[in-house]
Design a protein around this ligand. Structure first.
Ligand code: AMP
Length: 177
């Protein structure tokens, strides 16, 4: 039986501020079959990619990333918001669809040359993912890909990320808000 994952995504117009249509993924995650389908399809794309470490972006990327790491038998490192990581770290700032922020990564997240897959729940303008790419590159990781459950294609995150030459994979695309 195939599952239509889009039917589990709830649109919340005006959250967290006017003009934004927030993609609420909690209805998808609370459904066992939908959750499993999401993880199988995302992880399945990287089955032959020899992923050593998943760099999962806080907060919702950690939900997907940890499940994918389990399936792919890879490690997991968090890319977190400023001030959350307890040890030595590097940082990168970026602008968001709704604001600006700084991401951080522990300096010992992986060894130089490690095969790193970057994971987040959603690609919008691409700023968050770009910051993660910069962090992984600064530590000399080899980026295997960028994986998202949702891609808001109309915000052109793919174009922002193009110069980095990294493969981008998303399960659900939306071409309008
Ligand atoms: P961006 O940096 O613009 O690509 O934004 C991506 C990040 O912001 C992801 O970590 C998402 O969780 C969050 N985000 C941005 N826009 C939305 C949206 N419309 N619905 C849900 N999450 C969003």
């Amino acid at each position: 039986m195939s599952i239509n994952l889009k039917s589990y995504v709830r649109d919340i117009p005006g959250y967290p501020k006017p003009g934004i249509v927030f993609k609420d993924l909690t209805p998808l995650w609370k459904d066992p079959a939908a959750f499993q389908t999401m993880v199988d399809q995302l992880a399945g794309h990287y089955q032959s990619s020899r992923v050593g470490t998943i760099a999962a972006i806080e907060a919702r990327g950690l939900i997907l990333g940890s499940a994918m790491a389990f399936v792919l038998k890879s490690g997991l490192v968090p890319v977190r918001k400023a001030g959350k990581l307890p040890w030595n770290k590097i940082k990168a700032s970026y602008s968001l669809e709704y604001g600006s922020a700084t991401s951080e990564l522990h300096t010992d997240a992986f060894e130089p040359g490690a095969r790193v897959l970057i994971v987040d729940d959603l690609l919008a303008t691409g700023g968050t993912a770009e910051a993660a790419v910069k962090l992984v590159q600064e530590l000399k990781g080899k980026i295997v890909g960028l994986a998202f459950l949702v891609e808001l294609s109309f915000l052109k995150g793919r174009e922002l990320l193009k110069p980095y030459g990294v493969e981008i994979f998303s399960l659900l695309q939306y071409d309008q808000p």
